[in-house]
Design a binder for this molecule. Structure first.
Ligand code: AMP
Ligand code: MG
Length: 502
């Protein structure tokens, strides 16, 4: 059982909790206590995020901090719970999943007044753990830390990482590994699977309660809509459409787009075997558990729509008293997802190639580039980054065309691209600057991520992790001292498979 810490001398709590999910009916969650960690050690702490949350670490040494962030000490005001949820995993419905290795400490109102969940991932067993140990290994904890913070720096909605601690206790996966706990911060941890949990039980009252809660917390602007639950479905679909478009724009592959990993807030959540693409190939899939490529890069929009359809199903009893009418309304929203997605995707792709206005042939122009990249194994991130300079100066073509196995494929496309600029009023230097703000110079390349995790796990050396974090904190800047990090892997460095390692 965790103990309460003594109040700090000032008497001020280190963080002010304001919990609302724990006020919902009892069957929404289970009250739990984190399991003790024998020797917690703080290995990463996000000071900027802590400041956003009003998290005051003054007077707390690293050991005291590690005690709280491992779950050994429950801070005043925290009400640890494990949330109930269900979900479709790789298309198969599981009526009960739930937080099996994550414990929600509580909610904090951040500096902007936004409510944020503070969760410990890997803090021990809960009633939802099934056969799992409730623990997390250091590798996945550091991967989530790195990639979620990189996504944030890239401007993609995402859960955040506040801290990582090692527990001093091994966890057993395919081998013995250091155990660790990630402190995750999210707009909330409510998932499509949370709605599915109640829908599967025919608990319409709970569904309504949850829907009202989500509207209040994430979509207050629709509170007074004529049909608030339909408006909720549309709003959630739109945020997913925007989110997946952002992933596609930066070559991100989530890897496990199950409905329990689809957040109602529209944030990227649950970084398992996620990875970024190097050479552009729409069929790219890294996850070792995704044998058939269900969650491959190019499938992500269709899968998101499928997940929205599962969400819509749970809302049917709330959409219309007439069941047929409810299905019609749901179908309209599901169909609209595809249109919304295409709109968000094309708008972002136009920005990536430096167009400020809309032209009828833009879709063909974008597709032409992607086809040439695919045919010629061009690196996704580098191609777009090098286009930034080329947009203002044809002499810079040299650095872009070498990325294509047949450089003339680039030349042919670049001719069409430049012709399109005539109808686009931007000044060349403004175009280049706008492009540099959306086409990152660096992404968390898999070989770099794997190397940083291996150094931490095998040698206890955190310096590659720390340096990579620093590199990824300003992804849209060219920083000559980190030029190596922009490079794609050599053939021998390529990573073909990623593992959840949960
Ligand atoms: P995820 O891989 O995060 O999408 O998790 C899928 C489900 O498995 C969730 O219900 C998790 O809580 C559960 N789970 C994953 N790893 C563990 C673990 N080590 N112990 C207990 N439950 C786990
Ligand atoms: Mg999950």
């Amino acid at each position: 059982m965790a103990t309460r810490p003594s109040e700090k001398s000032s008497g001020d709590p280190m963080v002010v909790f304001s919990n609302s999910y724990a006020r919902l009916p009892q069957h929404f969650f289970a009250r739990v206590q984190p399991a003790p960690a024998p020797k917690p050690r703080l290995i990463a702490f996000n000071d900027a995020l802590a400041a956003e949350l009003g998290f005051d670490r003054r007077g707390l040494g690293p050991d005291e901090l590690a005690a709280v962030l491992s779950g050994n000490v429950t801070p005043p005001g925290a009400e640890p719970i494990a949330m109930a949820y269900a979900g479709h995993q790789f298309g198969n419905f599981v009526p009960q999943l739930g937080d099996g290795r994550a414990i929600l400490l509580g909610e904090v109102l951040d500096r902007r007044g936004d409510r944020r969940d503070v969760q410990l991932k890997g803090a021990g067993r809960t009633p939802f753990s099934r056969r799992g140990d409730g623990r997390a290994a250091l590798g996945p904890v550091l991967r989530e830390y790195l990639v979620s913070e990189a996504m944030h720096a890239l401007g993609v909605p995402t859960t955040r990482a506040l801290a990582a601690v090692t527990t001093g206790e091994p966890v057993y996966r395919d081998r013995s590994l250091p155990g660790a706990v990630l402190t995750r911060v999210a707009a909330s941890h409510i998932r499509v699977g949370t709605f599915q949990y109640f829908a599967a039980r025919g608990d319409d009252e709970a569904l309504k309660r949850l829907a009202d809660y989500v509207i209040d917390r994430h979509y207050p602007e629709i509170r007074d809509a004529d049909r608030p639950y339909l408006a909720l479905l549309e709003a959630v679909a739109d945020r997913q459409a925007r989110l997946i478009a952002r992933w596609m724009h930066i070559g991100f592959i989530h890897g496990v787009m199950n409905t329990d990993n689809t957040a109602l807030s529209g944030e990227t959540i649950d970084f398992g075997p996620c990875a970024f693409m190097d050479a552009f190939d729409p069929a790219t899939s890294f996850s070792a558990i995704d044998e058939y490529g269900r969650y491959a890069y190019a499938n992500q929009p269709a899968i998101a729509q499928w997940n929205i359809a599962r969400f819509a199903e749970t809302l049917l009893p709330l959409l219309d008293p007439n069941p047929e009418r409810a299905v019609e309304r749901a179908n309209e929203a599901i169909t609209a997802f595809a249109t919304r997605y295409r709109g968000h995707w094309l708008a972002g792709m136009r920005e990536k190639i430096g167009l400020s206005g809309e032209g009828d042939a833009d879709l063909d122009l974008v597709r032409g580039l992607l086809q040439a990249m695919h045919d010629n194994g061009a690196d996704f991130t580098l191609t777009f980054r090098r286009l930034c300079a080329a947009a203002a100066d044809p002499d810079a073509d040299a650095r872009a065309r070498v990325l294509f196995a047949d450089p003339q494929a680039y030349d042919r496309w670049a001719g069409l691209w430049r012709a399109r600029f005539a109808a686009d009023g931007q000044r060349p230097d403004a175009r280049t600057a706008a492009m540099r703000a959306v086409n990152p110079a660096v992404i968390p390349r898999n070989h770099r991520v794997e190397r940083a995790l291996a150094a931490a796990i095998d040698e206890g050396d955190l310096s590659p992790f720390t340096e990579l974090m620093q590199v990824l904190s300003q992804p849209y800047e060219d920083r000559p001292e980190f030029a190596d990090y922009a490079k794609p892997p050599e053939t021998s460095e390529r990573v073909y498979r990623t593992f959840c390692g949960t």
